[in-house]
Design a protein around this ligand. Structure first.
Ligand code: NAD
Length: 545
C-alpha cells in the first residue's frame, strides 16, 4: 500500500479540523524516507508506532467528534476522551522517559519491546513537510556566515557537509540558494537519488575527483552548484585534509544523534551494518562512535586551517566527546553562533500546508506576504527565493521565519481567504519544535544561555500546556529517544484555518501565546532584545524582585 495525502474538498471525517490532521498524518508518510517502516526522517523518527496503530489512528480520526480528544502515547492511540469543542482534537506525548532512565540503552530496550518510538520533532506529530522543513534555517546560517566572514557573498565559496536524508537533504538546495558550491557526502546512494528526484540536489557521483572538479569549476565561474558524493564522511573529510583541500565552510548533518540506527561507520557496507545492528548492537554503536570521533577531529582540523565550521543540530559534538574528542565543543552550535538573535524575538520556523493539495494556494499566500510584509527583508527575500527554488513535496507547503504578531497576522489573513473562497481549501499552520519557547536541548537550542538555564525543561512543558489552553488543534510533547535520550524536551502544535470564526479565535490565541512564551523565555534568561520585544509588542511579563 502506498499512502498519499488526500487532496480536494471531500471529507472522510466529521469536520475539516479532523480531516486536516488526517491529511497531515498521510502527508508525513507521503514524504517519508521509508514509508514501509513508517519512518519519516531522522534515522528512525516515525509517524506511528506500528501499522496497527496507524490504522487505529486513521479510524479514530474518522469518528472523532468536535468535542472529543484523541490521546496518543508514542505513536499508539490510547483512547478518545469527551472534552469540549475548544479543546485540542489530538494530544500526544512521544519518546518521554523519566530522568534517570532517559538514556540510549533504556530507550532501545523499550523500543525493541515496541513500548515507545522515536518521534523526532515533526515525525511523531504529523508536522513534517519534506526536506524543505529546515531549509530556511540552513539558508539563514549560510547568509549569517556570508555576512560575518565573506563580505556578504558566498559566490565562489566551497561548502562541505554530509547527509542527504530527510532533513539533511535540504542542505544542497540551501547552499545553491546562498550562491555557493556545496559538496554533500552521503554513504547511501538511494538518498542521493531521492534528493535528485525531488529537486534538492543537482548532481551525484561516487568519484571524489569528479566531485571536486565540479566544485572547482563552479567556484571559478562563481556559479552555484550542489554535488552529492557517495562516500562515508569519516573517510572523506580526513582525505580532503590530507590532500590540502580546505573548504570555506564545513559542517555535517548526518543522523549522528543516533549511533545505532543513524550514523554509518566507516568500512562497513549498509547490508553488513543491518545485520550488525541486530546481532551485535554494542559493536555497531562502538564502530559508529569511533567514526564520528574521526570525522569530528577532521572538522576541528579544518577549523584550525581556516574553515568556518558549525554543528547543525545533530548532536555530533556530544557523541564525539563521548568517544574521546575532548575539544569537540570548539565547534560552535548554529543556534548560538548564528540564529539566537532571531529566537530572542521569537522569530522562528513557522510553516503552513495547503490541505487542498493546490500549489496555487501557497503561491497566493506568498503574494500576500510579499505585499503585506514588504518591510520585512528576511521574509521577502526568503519568499522570493523559495517560490523560485523550493520544489513541492507532498501537500504544498511553505516555511518562513516569522515572529510574534507576524504569525497571527498571516494566519488570520489566510483564514479569511479560506472563508472568502480565495483559496481552494483550508490551511494548517504549524512550526518546528526548534522554536523559542518550545525546546530545551542544552547541546543545540539552549546551549550557553546567558543565565545558564540550558537544561531547564520546564519551558517546553509549559509551552504544550499553553497551546492546549489556547485551543490549538493538536498539541505534542516530545523528548529525546535513540541517541538523543535525555538530551532534549520539546513541544509542537498545529492549528487549522478552515475559514470559520472559531478557527480565527484558535489561531489568534494559539499563535500569540506560543510566541509570547518564546519571548518571555528569552527575556527571563536576560536577553536585551527579548526585553525590548516585550515592551514593543506589549507582552505581559511579570517582573520579580
Ligand atoms: P536521515 O536519517 O533521514 O538522514 C541522515 C543521512 O545521513 C542518511 O542519508 C545517511 O545515509 C547519512 N549518513 C549516516 N552516516 C553517514 C556517514 N558516516 N557518512 C555519510 N553519510 C552518512 O536524518 P535527517 O532527517 O536528515 O536528520 C539528520 C540529522 O539532523 C539528525 O540528527 C537530526 O536530528 C538533525 N536535524 C537537525 C535540525 C536542525 O534544526 N538543525 C533539523 C532537523 C534535523
Amino acid at each position: 500500500m502506498v499512502i498519499k495525502a488526500q487532496r480536494g474538498n471531500t471529507l472522510r471525517t466529521k469536520g475539516w479540523r479532523q480531516e486536516a490532521l488526517l491529511r497531515l498524518l498521510e502527508n508525513n508518510l507521503e514524504n517519508a524516507e521509508d514509508q514501509d517502516n513508517l519512518v519519516v526522517y531522522g534515522s528512525i523518527g516515525k509517524a506511528a508506532r506500528d501499522w496497527g496503530s496507524y490504522r487505529a489512528i486513521v479510524e479514530s480520526l474518522k469518528v472523532l467528534e468536535e468535542d472529543e480528544t484523541l490521546v496518543i502515547q508514542s505513536g499508539k492511540p490510547i483512547g478518545i476522551l469527551k472534552t469540549h469543542k475548544d479543546a485540542p482534537l489530538v494530544i500526544m506525548a512521544t519518546s518521554n522517559l523519566v530522568g534517570h532512565w532517559a538514556n540510549s540503552e533504556e530507550f532501545y530496550k523499550l523500543y525493541d519491546q515496541n513500548l515507545t518510538m522515536w518521534g523526532g520533532l515533526t515525525a511523531g506529530d504529523w508536522q513534517y513537510i519534506g526536506s524543505q522543513g529546515v531549509i530556511q534555517g540552513t539558508y539563514e546560517i549560510f547568509q549569517a556566515i556570508a555576512r560575518k566572514h565573506f563580505e556578504g557573498d558566498l559566490a565562489g565559496k566551497f561548502i562541505l557537509t554530509a547527509g542527504l536524508g530527510g532533513m539533511s537533504g535540504s542542505q544542497p538546495l540551501a547552499g545553491v540558494m546562498a550562491g555557493a558550491a556545496i559538496l554533500v557526502v552521503d554513504v547511501d546512494e538511494t538518498k542521493a537519488d531521492k534528493r535528485v528526484e525531488t529537486g534538492f540536489l543537482q548532481k551525484k557521483t561516487a568519484d571524489l575527483d569528479e566531485a571536486l572538479h565540479w566544485i572547482r569549476e563552479a567556484q571559478l565561474a562563481k556559479t552555484a552548484v550542489s554535488v552529492g558524493l557517495i562516500a562515508n564522511a569519516a573517510t572523506v573529510y580526513p582525505l580532503l585534509l590530507q590532500r590540502g583541500v580546505i573548504p570555506d565552510i564545513v559542517s555535517d548533518q548526518t543522523a549522528a544523534h543516533d549511533l545505532l540506527y543513524g550514523y554509518v561507520p566507516e568500512n562497513v557496507t549498509l547490508a553488513e551494518l543491518a545485520v550488525l545492528r541486530k546481532e551485535n548492537p554494542e559493536r555497531a554503536i562502538a564502530l559508529a562512535g569511533a567514526s564520528v570521533a574521526k570525522e569530528v577531529r577532521a572538522i576541528l582540523d579544518f577549523q584550525a586551517r581556516g574553515s568556518v565550521v558549525f554543528d547543525n543540530g545533530n548532536n555530533i559534538r556530544t557523541q564525539a566527546k563521548a568517544y574521546g574528542v575532548e575539544n569537540a565543543f570548539d565547534i560552535p552550535i548554529f543556534t548560538e553562533a548564528f540564529l539566537r538573535p532571531l529566537f530572542e524575538r521569537a522569530i522562528g520556523p513557522f510553516r503552513w500546508v495547503a490541505l487542498s493539495g493546490e500549489k496555487r494556494d501557497i503561491e497566493l499566500i506568498d503574494q500576500y506576504l510579499l505585499e503585506f510584509f514588504a518591510d520585512n527583508k528576511i521574509v521577502t527575500n526568503w519568499i522570493k527565493l523559495a517560490g523560485e527554488y523550493v520544489p513541492v513535496q507532498g501537500l504544498p507547503a511553505r516555511i518562513s521565519w516569522l515572529g510574534h504578531g507576524e504569525r497571527t497576522k498571516l494566519a488570520l489573513a489566510v483564514n479569511q481567504f479560506v472563508a472568502d473562497g480565495i483559496l481552494s481549501g483550508p490551511v494548517a499552520f504549524t512550526r518546528d519544535h526548534l522554536d523559542a519557547g518550545a525546546m530545551t536541548h542544552p547541546n543545540i537550542m539552549t546551549e550557553n544561555l546567558k543565565d545558564g538555564s540550558d537544561a531547564i525543561s520546564d519551558w517546553p512543558l509549559i509551552n504544550a500546556m499553553v497551546a492546549s489552553s489556547s485551543k490549538a488543534d493538536l498539541v505534542a510533547i516530545h523528548a529525546g529517544g535513540g541517541g538523543y535520550a535525555g538530551y532534549m524536551q520539546s513541544a509542537g502544535l498545529t492549528i487549522v484555518a478552515d475559514g470559520s470564526d472559531a478557527a480565527a479565535d484558535r489561531l489568534k490565541l494559539s499563535l500569540d501565546n506560543d510566541t509570547s512564551l518564546g519571548v518571555l523565555r528569552y527575556a527571563d534568561a536576560g536577553y536585551a532584545d527579548s526585553l525590548d520585544e516585550v515592551e514593543k509588542k506589549g507582552i505581559r511579563r511579570i517582573e520579580t524582585d
